[in-house]
Ligand binder design. Structure first.
Ligand code: NG6
Ligand code: CA
Length: 519
């Protein structure tokens, strides 16, 4: 069900200015609040230790630092999940991804995993009169059950879940098909050269990393040995669509341009832009102007590229004079990883750089570095710059923004998302009562105040292909994050009551008993 009501009156700033002197202009602005634009910029696999504003000293991110300096910089913010697909699902639907079966890491030909009946965050903005767009990394599937046919108008696509415009990378940059999709159509596709994609078996006769390792310019360290596109062996097989293949070095430029165009063409009306960067996910392929510039190898170089992207968005808002009433949220989808399946020397060239800071684990993990993320909110008209230590989870962005818009959420919509607007804006520092995260194996952990409980699991402690400790342990784990932020000492045995309290709270969340009754 879609809402059409809004308690805020939208007036374009140009209308507010008509016939107004300076004083009356101010009055008019405060009397008639203008709906803020929202740009939700979600980086891929970026660590809390990857940015100089979070203490990195080996790499410098001046644009993101400026964003943080002018906004609210969170130091205790979490994604719901330690991989992309579920994390993004949680953000856009306000529902914990583990409540639904198909929210694991999606293949490049996955069906759209968000039900079109679901009222997404984008639907909410659209019903409030916003122009909406999804640009960049998507990774939530496209098309009907059975998967995507890339040779037709793809339906359903993001336009069926609230995005008026889409220009997307269907999955990840290491998964086929290596093409962009714009409003349901593969960009630049020659109908005489249709695309075939499979995640089960080889299709066509294009070389693969497995059969022709001599043809690759970036060798895999794990998996990534199927069809070679642009010298990079990918996950999955494809053939056809030659004229539509992207050039990895140009992806940041292309999606940044699309985002700038969207912003510019909607500068006079409220807009919601959801932008996923492919940076800093593998394969890490910087444009030549960033290659070799960080001194930390390609992983460092694509951090510089990401910082450039953020700078371009900020400069666009400045030049259009709409920065003051635009909320930019900048964050990562999950924690960082160093070797994620290609021999790109990311580890060898770290040079003392610490993407995970002092936190344990990383991407895929139940330990803190799996889901603890950089999270910055800038809104010159509505946020006083500062640091925010409150406990915060991305699952709560949806309901918080609904409150900001005075948009009532009907029962069943964004069921797990809680209104945390005051924490989001930094006017409150109490933080959320508790937050819940999931690791690669859907093992859940819950944080309440200083305490973190990880539910027991019989799954492997380290899955060989991730090379990451996942936080799976047959015994319950309890950590006191205030004195042990690196989760070195499991104090579950010494604190049975706390374990019991947190595990029952987690069970209540699982049983959906904590979902807020909405009228
Ligand atoms: C894994 C890939 C990894 C990455 C991840 C998804 C291998 C060995 N590893 O399966 O490279 O693509 O999936 O990452 O294939 S995410 O950030 O999109 O969730
Ligand atoms: Ca990711």
């Amino acid at each position: 069900m879609k809402h059409l009501s809004s308690l805020l009156t939208f007036l374009p700033s140009t209308m507010l200015l008509v016939g107004c002197g300076n004083a009356s202009k101010q009055e008019a602005k405060s009397a008639l609040p203008q709906k803020p634009n929202i740009i939700y910029l979600i980086a891929d696999d970026l660590g809390i230790g990857d940015l100089s504003c979070y203490g990195a000293t080996k790499v410098s991110t001046p644009n993101i630092d400026r964003l943080a300096g002018q906004g609210m910089q969170f130091t205790n913010a979490y994604a719901t999940s330690s991989t992309s697909t579920p994390s993004r699902f949680g953000l856009l639907t306000g529902k914990y991804p583990w409540r639904q079966k198909n929210t694991g890491i999606a293949p490049g030909n996955s069906e759209l995993i968000i039900d079109t009946a679901c009222v997404t965050m984008a639907d909410m903005f659209q019903s409030e009169g916003y122009a909406t767009a999804a640009i960049g990394k998507w990774h939530l599937g496209l098309g009907p059950k059975g998967g995507t046919d890339f040779n037709q108008q793809i339906k359903p696509n993001t336009q069926d879940i609230g995005f008026g415009y889409e220009f997307i990378i269907p999955a990840t940059v290491d998964r086929v098909p290596c093409v962009f999709v714009e409003n349901g159509r593969v960009v630049g596709l020659d109908p005489n050269d249709p695309i075939t994609v499979s995640y089960d078996h080889k299709v066509g006769n294009w070389p693969t990393g497995l059969e022709n390792p001599e043809l690759v310019k970036m060798k895999p360290s794990q998996g990534h040995n199927n069809t070679i596109i642009n010298g990079i062996p990918r996950i999955g097989w494809m053939t056809g669509g030659k004229s539509a293949l992207w050039v990895d070095e140009d992806i940041a430029d292309i999606i940044t341009d699309k985002a700038k165009n969207f912003i510019t063409s909607h500068k006079d009306e409220p807009f919601f832009l959801y932008m996923g960067t492919q940076d800093v996910h593998v394969p890490r392929v910087p444009h030549p102007r960033f290659a070799g510039k960080s001194g930390l190898g390609v992983r460092g170089d694509v951090i510089l590229q990401l910082d450039w992207t953020v700078g371009e968005i900020m400069r666009t808002l400045d030049s259009l004079k709409i920065a003051d009433n635009t909320i930019i949220v900048f964050c990562s989808d999950n924690g960082p990883v160093i070797d994620d399946g290609y021999q790109d020397q990311a580890f060898e060239l770290l040079n003392g750089h610490t993407p995970m800071k002092h936190y344990r684990g990383g991407k895929y993990s139940a330990y803190d570095a799996g889901t603890r993320i950089p999270f910055i909110v800038r809104w010159p008209n509505g946020i006083k710059p500062g640091k925010q230590q409150a406990l915060f989870s991305m699952i709560d962005v949806y309901a918080s923004l609904a409150t900001l818009l005075n948009h009532p959420l009907k029962p069943g919509i964004a069921p797990d998302s809680r209104d945390q607007l005051n924490n989001f804006l930094g006017t409150d520092t109490t933080g959320c009562d508790y937050i819940v995260q999931q690791n690669l194996d859907n093992i859940l952990s819950i944080i309440q105040k200083d305490w973190k409980y990880i539910e027991p699991s019989d799954k492997a402690a380290i899955e060989f292909w991730t090379k990451m400790e996942l936080g799976n342990d047959p015994k319950p784990q309890l950590y006191n994050l205030s004195i042990d932020p690196s989760e070195k000492t499991n104090v579950a045995e010494a604190n049975p009551e706390r374990v019991k309290a947190l595990s029952s709270l987690l069970e209540e969340v699982k049983a959906a008993k904590n979902q807020k009754e909405r009228k």
